[in-house]
Each structure stands twice: as structure tokens, then as C-alpha cells.
Design a protein around this ligand. Structure first.
Ligand SMILES: Nc1nc2c(ncn2[C@@H]2O[C@H](COP(=O)(O)OP(=O)(O)OP(=O)(O)O)[C@@H](O)[C@H]2O)c(=O)[nH]1
Ligand SMILES: [Zn+2]
Length: 377
């Protein structure tokens, strides 16, 4: 179950979600009948639309719906949701009641998708292109949370297209409010990175951008492309957010290394492993202190800011490995299909991507949370 902190900001004029219980469909749709959504993000002009078009022309077995997510900054009250399928373009107008992306999209965007599916029949796949300045975390969260509401859509993965020529420049742009810039967020959150437009740069420049991307996200798979031409098996059906990714995550986690600040002074990947079992309660406490309370601080006293969290942990009395997923303040624990063998050493491995992260402190806090409650109980 994805967990979110209690909403503190006020969220005016939320449109109530109607038609929740249409017909007698009580059983949650099984995974195979749910429709995956891949979020395609990347800075302005990086090659997102080119990738979408490439997928649409290459993919002939799936009915793919494409959503151009023009929601975002600014005060525009109406935005269009264009959906193309098999070359036809449908457009629906959405009214955004306020400027808040997460609130408006959550209630209107999904509704529009669901309405469209009712009208046009089911799709096999949804591709959603965000605007270049979007924080994909907000968009990802809405699909993730909605999965709890019995929606038949699930988040498959976040793909970020990086402009080979201007990517470095985008990553170093400083925001006046001191927040993490969008280009960096898009890389931190990605399950797959495509460095596109490699025709425009030298091998040396390519190495530089690769290094920069890797320094931010130590976990992500990196592809290179021209005109966004990549093997579609690497893009679709990643299952990056569900327990099916348990096996591949296990392999991946073994190779992740803590990265060191490179460009942006502070965004890094930190990974650590702790032998033993934890409990669900302790794990929740650790994660909530980190993501919600922001009470875990680095040596200089800055709160650690986690954008993406992944892990495989061992919960006492559970026979299978448990996968931990986090995007911003949302997180989720789910039992995988990978069981602990008799002679396996039970272990917990976490990967965190974010700012002001200090591996030693994180490890200490994790251990402290693990032992604290066990002694009490
Ligand atoms: N040289 C070169 N140009 C490319 C490549 N891929 C895409 N382009 C061009 O780059 C421009 C932007 O591509 P888009 O796919 O529209 O980029 P986008 O990320 O969707 O852009 P926005 O939606 O405006 O943020 C277009 O003119 C493309 O033709 C590439 O590999 N090499
Ligand atoms: Zn585009």
C-alpha cells in the first residue's frame, strides 16, 4: 500500500471522485488486466516527443494511448489532454480548478483517462509525456496513489530523455529558491535514462554527460540514442514499481555503489546494507522520519532530502523479500516473489537518491531504529 503523509496544504475545490463503484466490479483487476503507464520525462527539447513517435511507429502489437501532459506551471485554467491512438488524435479539455498540479491532475487527469477508456475501449499501454519543466514525481505519485483506489492503471516506470548536447548545462542551472533543479530531479527519479542526440557530441562529451548522470543516479540503466531510437524492450514493461521487479532489483542492488557529488553539489545515490531482520513497524518509522518528518540530518544539520528510495528488506516472520519503493514523500512496501532460502543470510539493502545524504548517518539511524523497538518489545 502506498503511504502518503496527511495532506497539510489546503487543496481548494477538489472535484469528488464519482462513479467509484460502477457495476459489480468489486474484485481488484488482476495485474495482467491492468494497464501500464510509462512516464516520459526530460528537459525541454531533449527528444521526448521523438521517442513517443518512435514507439508508436515501432510498436504494432499494443494499442497505445499517448497523453501529452501540458499541465504544469502558470495559471492557465484549461489544458488539453491529447490522446492519440493508431494515428488518430483525441482531445479532451480539462479544467484545472487551481494552480496545484498534484490536486488537479489527480482528480481530472485520471478521470479523463478513465472516461476515454470507457468511450474508446481499453488500451494496452499508456505513454505520458510530461512537460520539460515537470517534476515527474508529482505525476508518478498520482498514478501510484490511484492504484490504491482500485484503478486499472498502474505505473510501470519513469523514462528520462537527456539532451546529450545541453544536458550538462541543464543539470548545473541553479534555481533561485535553492530547490533541486528539474533536470536533476528527472534523472534522480528515472528508471531508465536515454542520452539522446549523441550525433551532436564527441565521445569525450558523451563520457562527461554519462558520468554526470551516473553521479546522480547510481541505480539507473543508461542508454544512448540518436532520434530516440532505442530497443523498446528496454523502455516498456519495466515493472519498476511493483513486486515483479524484485528479482531484477536484487541483481541491480548488488552493483549499485554510493556515488560522489559531481556537478550539482549535493544530489547523490547512497546505498547501504544491514544484516538481520527488521520489523514493519521499525521500517515505517525509519522511512517516515526520513521522508515525512525530515528529522534525519546530515553532519551540517541539513535535513536529508530523499527524492527516490528503493530497497529489498527482510521483515521478521516474512518468508519473502520485501521491496521498498519511495518517490518523494510517498512510499510503499510490498512482498516480492523472491523467498529467503534456508541458508540465506537475511539482509536489508537500501538505495536512496537525494540531497544532503550521509551514508554513515543513515546507517546509524537505520540500526538505531532496528534495535530500539526490538529491545522494547
Ligand atoms: N540532432 C538531433 N536532433 C534530434 C534528435 N532527436 C530529436 N531531435 C530534434 O530535437 C528537437 C526536439 O525534439 P522533441 O522530440 O520535440 O523534444 P521534446 O523533449 O519532446 O521537446 P519539448 O516537448 O518541447 O520539451 C526536434 O527538432 C527533433 O527533431 C537527435 O538524436 N539528434
Ligand atoms: Zn515534446
Amino acid at each position: 500500500m502506498a503511504q502518503a503523509p496527511m495532506e497539510e496544504e489546503e487543496c481548494p475545490e477538489l472535484v469528488p471522485i464519482e462513479d467509484q463503484a460502477v457495476g459489480g466490479e468489486e474484485a481488484e483487476p488482476s495485474h495482467s488486466t491492468k494497464i501500464p503507464v510509462t512516464i516520459i520525462t526530460g528537459y525541454l527539447g531533449a527528444g521526448k516527443t521523438t521517442l513517443l513517435n518512435y514507439i508508436l511507429t515501432e510498436q504494432h502489437t499494443k494499442r497505445i494511448a499517448v497523453i501529452l501532459n501540458e499541465f504544469g506551471e502558470g495559471s492557465a485554467l484549461e489544458k488539453s489532454l491529447a490522446i492519440s491512438q493508431g494515428g488518430e488524435l483525441y482531445e479532451e479539455w480539462l479544467e484545472l480548478r487551481n494552480g496545484c498540479l498534484c490536486c488537479s491532475v489527480k482528480d481530472n487527469g485520471l478521470k479523463a483517462i478513465e472516461n476515454l477508456m470507457q468511450k474508446k475501449g481499453k488500451f494496452d499501454y499508456i505513454l505520458l509525456e510530461t512537460t520539460g519543466l515537470a517534476d515527474p514525481g508529482a505525476v508518478a505519485s498520482m498514478f501510484w496513489v490511484d492504484a490504491e483506489l482500485g484503478s486499472d492503471i498502474y505505473l510501470d516506470g519513469i523514462v528520462s530523455v537527456v539532451d546529450a548536447k545541453y544536458g550538462l548545462q541543464h543539470l548545473t542551472e541553479e534555481k533561485s529558491d535553492g530547490l533541486i533543479n528539474e533536470a536533476t530531479r528527472q534523472i534522480a527519479l528515472a528508471d531508465l535514462i536515454i542520452i539522446n542526440k549523441t550525433d551532436l557530441i564527441s565521445q569525450e562529451e558523451l563520457n562527461k554527460i554519462r558520468t554526470a548522470v551516473r553521479s546522480i543516479n547510481g541505480l539507473v540503466k543508461i542508454l544512448e540514442s540518436q532520434r530516440s531510437r532505442v530497443d523498446l524492450c528496454e523502455v516498456l514493461d519495466l515493472h519498476a514499481f511493483d513486486s515483479l521487479s524484485g528479482i531484477s532489483l536484487q541483481k541491480k542492488l548488488q552493483h549499485v555503489q554510493t556515488t560522489h557529488p559531481h556537478l550539482d553539489k549535493s544530489i547523490v545515490t547512497v546505498t547501504f546494507e544491514m544484516l538481520g531482520n527488521t520489523t514493519e513497524e521499525n521500517l515505517n518509522e525509519f522511512i517516515q522520519n526520513l521522508l515525512w518528518e525530515r528529522s534525519v540530518k546530515d553532519k551540517a544539520g541539513h535535513p536529508m532530502e530523499v527524492i527516490r528510495l528503493k530497497g529489498l528488506v527482510s521483515i521478521k516472520d516474512k518468508s519473502h523479500q520485501v521491496i521498498v519503493q519511495g518517490v518523494h514523500e510517498l512510499y510503499d512496501l510490498e512482498e516480492t516473489m523472491v523467498s529467503w532460502k534456508e541458508d540465506d543470510e537475511r539482509t536489508n539493502r537500501l538505495v536512496l537518491i537525494g540531497r544532503n545524504l550521509d551514508k554513515d548517518i543513515l546507517k546509524q539511524v537505520f540500526i538505531a531504529t532496528m534495535t530500539e523497538k526490538q529491545e522494547n518489545s
